[in-house]
Design a protein around this ligand. Sequence first.
Ligand code: PGA
Length: 255
Amino acid sequence: MKMIIAANWKMHKTAAEAASFCLDIRQREEQFKGIEVLICPPFTALSAAASELKGSKVKLGAQNMHWEPKGAQTGEISAGMLKEFGVEYVILGHSERRHLMAEDSSRIRPKVEAAFQNKLKPILCVGETEDQREKGITEQVLEEQLSGVLKELEVDRPEDLVVAYEPVWAIGTGKAASADDAERAAQYIKKCLAELLTAGGAEKVRIQYGGSVKAENINEFVSSPAVHGALVGGASLEVDSFSSLVEAAGKAVSN
Ligand code: PGA
């Protein structure tokens, strides 16, 4: 299964800054061996990033979308609008949206469904808060977040689904989970997926780890058997740090 490393830029970079990043990363992409790499800029930078990435093996993702194809949804963006720029992936249910925008499964589920219907590949984010971890309910939280979105959902192409395990306490804190914690959570996610998807489906889903991933620790995560890549925030904002991270992952995978 090919490793997938995604840059989640969050609310960073103007269109001009995104274009300059993409121009630079193209000089480095020959080093990205054995890894599927994608960049998820803010909506306003998608067009500029798409132009610079034309013909590149670096792919494009979005950070959110609405489930309706069009309509009276002020401030929202549809799957069709994303596809116009060649977007292939869409991050859905990121913890910042769950916590800052009060998104829950009742909203994330139709988004995932609409992504599949429009042939966009969803990166579904799940993960526990520090408080939930301390209470020992991490597995319960993961199970609820997964079943709230995927239960009885028709997933014809499980190979197009990516689940990002992102413990909330590790995001942007510099305090990454241990590789053991990430592996244990990824194994548990696989177990839940085996119950939620049709036979054999769970084996085709890639599970990323996210939360303070950088060039110095990516090796530990991609060496974990159930982890198939990373969702990277802070370390994806500079071409040097992101390229070094992808190159380190490539080396770890080829060993
Ligand atoms: P971080 O963010 O790498 O800055 O911790 C990860 C994410 O939120 O996807």
